[in-house]
Design a protein around this ligand. Structure first.
Ligand code: SF4
Length: 601
């Protein structure tokens, strides 16, 4: 069986060492999100603060990361989140993850805190902690260019911008100019360690256990992607192609979820991105989908620029939730988030929350400096900069994230999220299963942990009524277990609309590792183990059933127009059924029987 190595770098002591991952840990948790979560659990007390130097920052790849498996280029950043207080696992593509494996490491665990701004340079066996004093305060692109000049032209860099430096809980880790491990504030943990970047040059490569069988599995998967309808849709319009559909079904979050229909939806749809701004597609390592959009804005004054994006979640985050229908401004905001290292979702959600608070008179105008209104594109862009640099009272509270901002101004109920992390771009009142998915997601509200929309709207793999709770808890457990396994593998979730994770991804993982992980049922069991491990972390960190919640707007204020008009999410009965199906008690704690069954006792 193929082994795996953890590179451990302690920034407090300067100690650098390599450790083999126990074979049993790989068999039990596979890799990526699975092994990464286990390493986190084994190396910290979940109760400590996320900014405590004892909170490790773990970069994790999966057994297919860096191979020629389709979309096999993912890495994950796993740590305790400063946004949610729960476990964080933020997933990114690009080329950084493969580079880490080519250097000889499946995992990098950064511990402690450097005395001064630093970066880690890994060139195969040579690992150094270097000063980053000259890089601190620089935007992401400039930093990457400077590191490349002083190390190697082909180095791959994962890094933070000013958002992470200033401990914005909305900060992400960027890599490969435009790719982001976006959610849960992982960039702020990196900033708290005085770590500006991890630069990797890997030339050693690694072996696949059964190359012929692996190639056969890869070719089968590629054929499915070639023939698949979702793949071609993502290539053509990216995720931004979803805007008009979500508006049509009345669940495009508008003005901080006060509506599910946005009058300006047609102006910010993926078709307009393609027609007016896109210059070419961009893909990650070994990806044939290329959902990324390289764009250029010209003739729009202060919004002019060039870079990558937007995807659908960004159009929502800095667009519809803020009532902004100016696509040039949305794209500019995307560029700024990439430069400052801010999560386009969380940063935009914080602004959308602030706008509603301001319009209702809960934030004094003196804290902002101007009158804040939904639809003001200039203000939205201005507030991103304030957030990254914590400028003024509003900048400080935006950097704390939407929940803390709303709580500070006396109205936490106006924050639209769960576990202090903002919702993704789907109003759950138009897709009831998403309400349960947001509430139970271990890393806080998220669409990538259980995309029930696939069943409730697209009929994949079966069609469910979007407005009833029937069968949602059951299907959500299947989706959550599946995505846990896929994230452990190193494959991009987007490929699993057209590939079958239980057949194709399991085959690639088995042949890569040289250990038979089994078929669909085994995949679900491994995924359940990872999901339950994350839940154990959260319970140990102090989270309870009360954190599996939704704001009152979602549970008791029906939408007043559009195709989802009249609906709310009745969460509690679904939550009871979900806990039962999971083998947890009614407080959301896994029972000892369940832990024994999963080998977690
Ligand atoms: S589908 Fe998109 S995000 Fe996923 S690997 Fe391909 S380019 Fe990257």
């Amino acid at each position: 069986m193929q082994g795996a190595t953890v590179l451990r770098v302690n920034l407090s002591t300067g100690q650098i060492r390599k450790e083999a991952v126990p074979e049993q840990m790989i068999k039990t948790f596979i890799g990526g999100r699975g092994v990464g979560s286990k390493l986190l659990m084994d190396n910290m007390d979940p109760k400590i603060d996320a900014f405590d130097p004892r909170n490790p920052l773990i970069f994790a790849t999966g057994p297919v990361t860096g191979t020629y498996a389709p979309t096999g280029g993912r890495y994950m950043v796993i740590t305790k989140s400063p946004l949610t207080g729960a476990i964080a696992c933020s997933n990114s593509g690009g080329y950084w993850g493969p580079a880490l494996r080519y250097a000889g490491y499946e995992y990098l665990m950064v511990e402690g805190k450097a005395k001064e701004p630093s970066y880690i340079y890994i060139h195969d066996d040579k690992v150094e902690i270097r000063s980053a004093k000259h890089l601190w305060g620089k935007i992401v692109d400039d930093t990457e260019n400077m590191i490349r000049e002083e190390t190697h032209p082909e180095v791959r860099v994962a890094l933070i911008g000013q958002g992470g430096e200033n401990l914005a809980r909305t900060a992400c880790v960027m890599n490969d100019k435009g790719r982001a491990a976006g959610r849960s504030g992982v960039g702020a943990v990196m900033g708290s360690k005085n770590l500006k970047a991890v630069a990797v040059r890997g030339t050693k490569g690694f072996k696949i256990a059964n190359p012929d069988a692996f190639t056969a599995a890869v070719l089968k998967g590629r054929d499915k992607l070639k023939a698949g309808p979702t793949t071609s849709g993502l290539t053509m319009l990216g995720t931004a192609g979803t805007v008009s559909y979500m508006n049509m079904v009345g669940m495009l979050p508008t003005n901080n979820f006060q509506a599910g229909v946005f009058a300006g939806a047609a102006a910010v749809d993926g078709t307009v991105v393609k027609k007016d701004f896109m210059t070419r597609n961009r893909g990650c390592h070994s990806c044939m989908i290329h959902c990324g959009r390289v764009t250029k804005v010209t003739g729009h004054g202060q919004f002019d620029g060039r870079g990558e994006g937007p995807e659908y979640e960004t159009i929502y985050g800095v667009g519809t939730i803020c009532g902004v229908d100016n696509l040039a401004a949305v794209i500019k905001a995307n560029y700024l988030c990439n430069e400052y290292g801010l999560d386009t979702l969380e940063a935009g959600i914080a602004i959308g929350t602030a706008i509603e608070l301001a319009e209702k008179g809960y934030i004094p105008e003196s804290d902002i400096g101007f009158k804040l209104k939904f639809g003001d594109a200039d203000a939205m862009v201005k507030l991103l900069e304030a957030q990254a640099f914590r400028k003024g009272p509003i900048g400080h509270w935006l950097a704390e994230g939407g929940f803390r901002l709303a709580e500070h101004y006396g109205h936490p109920e106006l924050f639209m999220g769960s576990k202090k992390q903002g919702f993704a771009a789907y109003d759950p009142r138009g897709s009831i299963g998403m309400g349960l998915a947001y509430a139970t997601s271990n890393r806080g509200a998220c669409h990538l942990r259980g995309y029930t929309i696939s069943l409730e709207h697209f009929g994949n793999p079966i069609k469910l009524d979007p407005f009833t709770p029937k069968d949602k808890p059951y299907w959500l457990t299947i989706l959550q277990n599946t995505t846990s396994f896929v994230d452990a593998s190193g494959i991009c979730l987007f490929s699993t609309f057209d590939m079958n994770p239980g057949e194709d991804v399991t085959a690639m993982v088995s042949e890569s590792l040289g250990y038979n992980v089994g078929g669909p049922e085994d995949m679900l069991k491994i995924g359940e183990r990872i999901w339950t491990l994350e839940r154990m972390f959260n319970n140990a960190a102090g989270l309870t059933r009360a954190d599996d919640s939704l704001p009152p707007r979602i549970t008791s204020e029906p939408l007043t127009e559009g195709a989802s008009k009249g609906h709310v999410v009745d969460l509690e009965p679904m939550l009871n059924e979900y806990y039962q199906l999971r083998g947890w008690d009614m407080q959301g704690r896994p029972t000892s029987d369940k832990l024994r069954e999963l080998g977690l006792a």
